[in-house]
Design a protein around this ligand. Structure first.
Ligand code: NAX
Length: 331
């Protein structure tokens, strides 16, 4: 039998945490034959709620779940974890300045970086979900210099899945038959959802999305803004932000990273830019990636048209500004 993997979820008493921990305990993230021990971290005001989640995990009697650690102690939470999903953060409340929110998150991600660096298992894979996700991941990377940059990522898989979902709805095809969309850049409304290389599996073979949709105005306009604004649309409808789709995307992200992407398929991950596609090196930027043997590789050589170039540059520009703001918040 496999040894259990310790999986950290920070902010585990929150909305996404509540949707995510049962998925992990059911094997959705690491596979149906991989036992797990859940490490759940939250802050003292949420300690009682966190303990309630632990009680429910026990009550659910998940066969793969070999233990639960529910704690407000960062060191205890990080010790021995092989996967770390960072959902905890400081939300932007109405009337708050961007800089004030950034200052709070920079200080959270700086201290959690040190704890992970010192106490996580060697080769721990880190996924940052909490916003501003790309920049929180960058701060985590900077303050955990001994964690290889290959092991630090942020979540744009939800945006990627939203893009697949929109194409599937528009063409009335199964979402599992749509693949190779790309989310470029920031997990914010400046992201660029690109379907120039996306395809649909049809009875007569694989066809480009553009050829099937036959409506470039929609693909270059409403499609992009629908994906960019989907988070806001969910908040408007639910009066709460996306949670089950975010949790599911976090599982997709880690599963593909650890177990590999299917042949001929890529996914979107926020990863440390090496300058590919002329994206400034040193940003955490969402790229198309394939995964094998637990490592991601940026898909190279895709032709980029002028329309795409502008959008890829604009979202990179926003990330450079966020990076500068984050650095100005360091104390
Ligand atoms: P909630 O406010 O429900 O939960 C956040 C939890 O984090 C709370 O329980 C809070 O006590 C905890 N927390 C705060 N500071 C902490 C710290 N220093 N250490 C540990 N825990 C801490 O928010 P939820 O809806 O679950 O969203 C969580 C984060 O995900 C937010 O930052 C949100 O913006 C972000 N999202 C990112 C998405 C993505 O695709 N990258 C999509 C969904 C979501 O909006």
């Amino acid at each position: 039998a496999k040894q259990p993997v310790r999986v950290l979820v920070t902010g585990a008493a929150g909305q996404i945490g509540y949707a995510l921990v049962p998925m992990i305990a059911r094997g959705v993230m690491l596979g149906p034959d991989q036992p797990v021990i859940l490490h759940m971290l939250d802050i003292p005001p949420a300690a009682e709620a966190l303990n309630g989640v632990k009680m429910e995990l026990i009550d659910a009697a998940f066969p793969l779940l070999k233990g639960v650690v529910a704690t407000t102690d960062v060191v205890e939470a990080c010790t021995g974890v092989g996967v770390a999903v960072m959902v905890g953060g400081f939300p932007r409340k109405e009337g708050m300045e961007r800089k004030d929110v950034m200052t709070k998150n920079v200080s959270i991600y700086k201290s959690q970086a040190s704890a992970l660096e010192k106490h996580a298992a060697a080769n721990c894979k880190v996924l940052v979900v909490a916003n501003p996700a790309n920049t929180n991941a960058l701060i985590l990377k900077e303050f955990a210099p001994s964690i290889p940059e290959k092991n630090i990522s942020c979540l744009t898989r939800l945006d990627h899945n939203r893009a697949l979902g929109q194409i599937s709805e528009r063409l009335k095809v199964q979402v599992c038959d749509v693949k190779n969309a790309i989310i470029w850049g920031n997990h914010s409304s400046s992201q660029y959802p690109d379907v120039n290389h996306a395809t649909v599996n049809t009875p007569s073979g694989e066809k480009p999305v553009r050829e099937l949709v036959k409506d470039d105005a929609w693909l270059n306009g409403e499609f992009i803004s629908t994906v960019q604004q989907r988070g806001a649309a969910i908040i408007k409808a639910r009066k709460l932000s996306s949670a089950l789709s975010a949790a599911s995307a976090a599982c997709d992200h880690i599963r593909d990273w650890v177990l590999g992407t299917p042949e001929g398929t890529w996914v979107s991950m926020g990863v440390y830019s090496d300058g590919s596609y002329n994206v400034p090196a040193g940003l955490i930027y969402s790229f198309p990636v394939t995964c094998r043997n637990g490592e991601w590789t940026i898909v190279q050589g895709l032709p980029i048209d002028e329309f795409s170039r502008k959008k890829m540059d604009a979202t990179a520009e926003e990330l450079s500004e966020e990076k500068a703001l984050a650095y100005s918040c360091l104390s």
